[in-house]
Design a protein around this ligand. Structure first.
Ligand SMILES: [Zn+2]
Length: 197
């Protein structure tokens, strides 16, 4: 049992040291992501760096704005999460007490880690269907687009799929918030995975 352990949702100072990749270095705020169960039972925890918000935002970044003790508009880089010793954690800055924001962070983490077993997210349904179902389906006659392969994508996220070798076919529909970044608007696309070719 770790006394004075950090809590999930805490914003704390952490010294990220000096690495070649520039702007996530040095003493800066970080968000605690690890489950409190492990925060109290393990000497380590999992954090992600918080940096000043910028105009261009990746799917793995969540805006925290100027709140929870943060002095400037900020965003957390969830794809840069790392395991650290709790004894190296600095002072507490604040705590994210907004359940909706934590939910957004949770769903973004699910995407960052490509976890397939969680339900209720169209991106995950897509991943499950491309990874598991299409393998079975290859022997059968190929149907038109499986509705479960259709997700709403903004132009940026659509291009990121294309660059990774997926076929992305516009199936129209009304404009909506992008399922991948939850940020920009887009339309529905059928995403055909590499496995089904
Ligand atoms: Zn997007």
């Amino acid at each position: 049992m770790i006394t004075n352990s950090v809590k999930r949702g805490d914003i704390v100072f952490y010294d990220f040291g000096t690495k070649p990749d520039s702007d996530k270095n040095g003493l800066r705020p970080a968000l605690v992501l690890q489950h409190d169960k492990f925060n109290t039972s393990s000497p380590t925890t999992i954090i992600a760096p918080i940096v000043p918000a910028r105009k261009r935002k990746m799917c793995a970044h969540v805006l925290l704005e100027k709140s929870f003790g943060l002095l400037v508009d900020s965003m957390v880089f969830l794809e840069k999460m790392q395991i650290v010793d709790q004894e190296d954690i600095g002072n507490l800055i604040g705590h994210i007490d907004d359940p909706e924001l934590m939910q957004l962070i949770d769903s973004t983490l699910v995407k960052v880690l490509n976890m397939k077993s969680v339900q209720g997210d169209s991106y995950l349904r897509l991943r499950v269907s491309t990874c598991q179902k299409k393998r079975k389906r290859r022997k059968k006659k190929k149907p038109a687009y499986n509705p479960r392969d259709i997700i709403c994508l903004c132009p940026v996220c659509r291009n990121s799929y294309r660059h990774r070798g997926f076929r992305v076919i516009n199936v129209g529909g009304p404009k909506d918030i992008c399922d991948l970044c939850n940020y920009r608007t887009g339309v529905d696309y059928a995403v055909v995975g590499l496995l089904s070719r």
